[in-house]
Design a protein around this ligand. Structure first.
Ligand SMILES: [Zn+2]
Length: 65
């Protein structure tokens, strides 16, 4: 049975500037949208998996990368 752990990464919401914790799937780099837990606005999230390191970028969904 395959198992993998989600990685926790702290980012700053680009809308309300609160620090929130995202659960990142470390198996592949991806771009997706997730609502901020604090202000509920859509955050565009880009994850880049580089070996053991996860690079996370966030921006406002309307702006894109
Ligand atoms: Zn927010």
């Amino acid at each position: 049975m395959m198992s993998f752990e989600l990685a926790e990464e702290r980012v700053t919401c680009p809308f309300c500037w609160e620090t929130i914790t995202l659960l990142i799937d470390p198996s592949e780099s991806q771009t997706y949208t997730e609502d901020c837990f604090v202000c509920c606005r859509p955050i565009l999230i880009n994850t880049e998996i580089q070996g053991d390191h996860i690079q996370v970028s966030v921006t406002q969904e309307d702006l894109g990368f």
